[in-house]
Design a protein around this ligand. Structure first.
Ligand SMILES: *Cc1c(COP(=O)(O)O)cnc(C)c1O
Length: 392
């Protein structure tokens, strides 16, 4: 029964359709993996963030099931009430060891972490400095903090530096993705850390696409660049390369203590279910014991990158297994995605507001569980599709 008060929604949806911005769900009839069943057909999956191929790993599945058997299906309460289960503490200690920090704190998801942590660190008299391409959850967290939000051009440390120099804010917080999820490029983290130290600013990095993927131990870009001690707040997600769900913030013990008392997205939400924590613990063990998975996904990405360069897509800044094939208009990206799907490849079109207008794209993401044949087959299919695609 259609409620009259919701009548405006029809026009809103029609307007999204007209602009090519209507989004829709695509149910998978299989588990997460390198090949998934969509619309009754097996498709090579090139749009998940399961970089190490762990989401479907039998060891994670078993660890999830065992944690649920032992500690329950749900955690039943917020951590600060009656939901602080043994598995939470065990996972936080493992994450702190992985990150090489004094402490770590679990959040419900990366979105929760980014939405809630800035407000615990800065407020009305303060300023946040954010790369324009930072993830939407960071923007939301900055807005919720009520601090002045100053956005600098993508990876432009010169502009960041002048904004920092001009600011009279009481406290300053610089926030950046380490790997930008829609472009696969890296933040100039050493230069950003220099700028923060010169201007007495705190540095908060979001390692969502780098956790498990970069660094000698897989702890992310700060780890890869030897900058772990120059970052104040390190956030990572358990939902991408670690194949589970949830997120963590790692840093000094006093930081974690403050977040426990101040981060509203930690305080006012039910604790992670044991299964997600059990799977994440198993994933950390795989990341430690099988560094070849990281090597494997980077080798596949290098192969795809070379192939894309032959098709005219040079991606010199890409350092992650994320390969943006920028096609321009929304309709063009959607047409390419559809044509690839007919050829057996699942790569969804990424459109505004996820990416800036005029840069709609196919975002190709690889996993350690893909094969060379998946990559080569995709490159062949893309070559055909590009030939058929109308010019901009
Ligand atoms: C995916 C992502 C998040 C959100 O993490 P979830 O655990 O999926 O909620 C935050 N930041 C960045 C940069 C991301 O790519």
């Amino acid at each position: 029964m259609a409620r009259a008060a919701l009548g405006w929604i029809d026009a809103e949806l029609a307007s999204l359709d007209a602009k090519g911005l209507r989004r829709s769900l695509e149910p998978l009839a299989s588990a997460q993996g390198p090949v998934v069943t969509v619309g009754g057909r097996p498709l090579v999956n090139l749009c998940s963030n399961d970089y190490l191929g762990l989401a479907g790993d039998p060891r994670l599945r078993r660890a999830a099931a065992e944690a649920a058997e032992r500690e329950g299906a749900g955690s039943g309460a917020a951590r600060l009430v009656a939901g602080d289960l043994a598995v939470h503490g065990r996972l936080e200690r493992a994450l702190a060891a992985f990150e090489g920090t004094e402490a770590a704190l679990l959040f419900g998801s990366g979105y929760h972490a980014n939405a809630g942590v800035p407000a615990a660190l800065v407020g009305r008299d303060d300023a946040v400095f954010s790369d324009v391409l930072n993830h939407a959850s960071i923007i939301d967290g900055c807005l919720l903090s009520r601090a002045e939000l100053l956005r600098y051009r993508h990876a432009d440390v010169g502009e960041l530096e002048s904004l920092l120099a001009a600011s009279r804010a009481r406290r300053k917080l610089v926030v950046t993705d380490t790997i930008f999820g829609m472009d696969g490029d890296a933040a100039p983290l050493a230069e950003i850390a220099d700028a923060c130290e010169r201007h007495g600013a705190m540095l908060y990095v979001d390692e969502a696409h780098a956790t498990g993927v970069l660094g000698p131990n897989g702890a992310g870009l700060a780890d890869a660049l030897g900058l772990r001690d120059r970052v104040d707040v390190r956030m990572g997600t358990l939902g991408k390369a670690l194949g589970s769900f949830g997120a963590h913030v790692a840093g000094e013990r006093r930081l974690v203590q403050l977040l426990v008392s101040r981060a509203r997205t930690f305080i006012f939400t039910t604790a992670l279910p044991p299964a997600a924590c059990g799977a994440a613990l198993a994933a950390l063990e795989v990341v430690r014991a099988e560094p070849e998975r990281r090597a494997r996904v980077h080798a596949l990405a290098a192969r795809a990158k070379a192939g894309l360069a032959r098709l005219g897509f040079e991606l010199p800044r890409v350092v992650a297994p994320i390969l943006p094939v920028v096609l321009g208009g929304e309709a063009r990206a959607v047409a390419a995605s559809r044509a690839l799907r007919e050829r057996g490849y699942f790569v969804r079109a990424i459109r505004p507001p996820t990416v800036p207008r005029g840069t709609s794209r196919l975002r190709v993401a690889l996993s350690a569980s893909h094969t060379e044949a998946h990559v080569d087959g995709f490159l062949g299919a893309l070559e055909e599709v590009l030939r058929e695609l109308p010019p901009e």
